[in-house]
Design a protein around this ligand. Structure first.
Ligand SMILES: Nc1nc2c(ncn2[C@@H]2O[C@H](COP(=O)(O)OP(=O)(O)OP(=O)(O)O)[C@@H](O)[C@H]2O)c(=O)[nH]1
Ligand SMILES: [Mg+2]
Length: 226
């Protein structure tokens, strides 16, 4: 659809100025609300973490263990286009979870998180995990009022992903390399991955983990508790 007037004829579009302006206004509104969410969470002593990865990297598996093992009261906001599968998995651990279905949308935004938080009503001093829609592109743009951003990549995805998806990987406050239990069966080079990561994000701690076996998770819990 033409971004200038909404018609289906692209022949009269003049450059990309209007598109950028709309995107900036959309993001400014999101950022404004995210700021309020951040202030409110801080006022009740709640920390929140925005987990971002491609589909199937292990976000929910990591959260199933984390909410059991972290030793702090937790709740979870689950973002997916469809289904309540992930919220069901978290609730099965005994922890409160709210599922947000984005339909055709490819990311969570601050409006969705605000509504989910109103329903979750997190306890003061607790930790809220937000599992974003599996996507290494769009979630990068949307501030959710989080305390920290967690980028999860897994060894089955290849070493080049930081270089191919730099915008999202750059925003990570910590990077988890998941599924390291599969390394013996793959030709994944941790050295090559680290070099790729450091070109894009020089400072975020890199934590190799296995959400399946528990390897490395003590470092993840220490990072969360720091
Ligand atoms: N071997 C191995 N498998 C894992 C690990 N973590 C997750 N998996 C498997 O990877 C698959 C996807 O895991 P999920 O936790 O559902 O991944 P997700 O990132 O939440 O997926 P979406 O919500 O669809 O984006 C499942 O079959 C998990 O059992 C791991 O550390 N090692
Ligand atoms: Mg999931």
């Amino acid at each position: 659809m033409c971004a200038t007037c909404g018609c289906d004829d692209h022949s009269h579009e003049q450059g990309g100025g209007v598109v950028i302006d709309l995107e900036e206004r959309l993001l400014a509104r999101n950022d404004h609300l995210a700021g309020h969410i951040r202030d409110w969470l801080a006022s009740i002593g709640v920390r929140s973490y925005n987990l971002m990865s491609s589909p199937g990297s292990g976000k929910t598996t990591l959260l199933e263990r984390t909410v059991r093992e972290l030793g702090l009261p937790c709740s979870v906001i689950e973002g997916d286009q469809e289904t309540t599968f992930d919220a069901d998995r978290i609730q099965a651990t005994g922890v409160a979870a709210v599922q947000v279905n984005t339909g055709a949308g490819c990311h969570l935004d601050a409006v969705m998180v605000r509504k989910a938080l109103a329903s979750l009503d997190p306890a003061p001093g607790s930790v809220v995990f937000v599992e974003n829609v599996g996507n290494l592109v769009c979630p990068a743009l949307f501030d959710l009022g989080e305390t920290g951003r967690v980028v999860i990549l897994s060894v089955t995805e290849g070493e080049d992903k930081p270089l191919k998806y730099p915008h999202l990987v750059r925003t990570g406050d910590v990077v988890l390399l998941n599924k390291v239990d599969l390394l013996p069966y793959l030709d994944f080079s941790q050295d090559r991955f680290l070099r790729a990561l450091r070109q894009v994000n020089p400072h975020a701690p890199l934590l190799p983990v296995s959400a399946r076996t528990g390897e490395g998770l003590a470092d993840w819990y220490a990072w969360l508790s720091r």
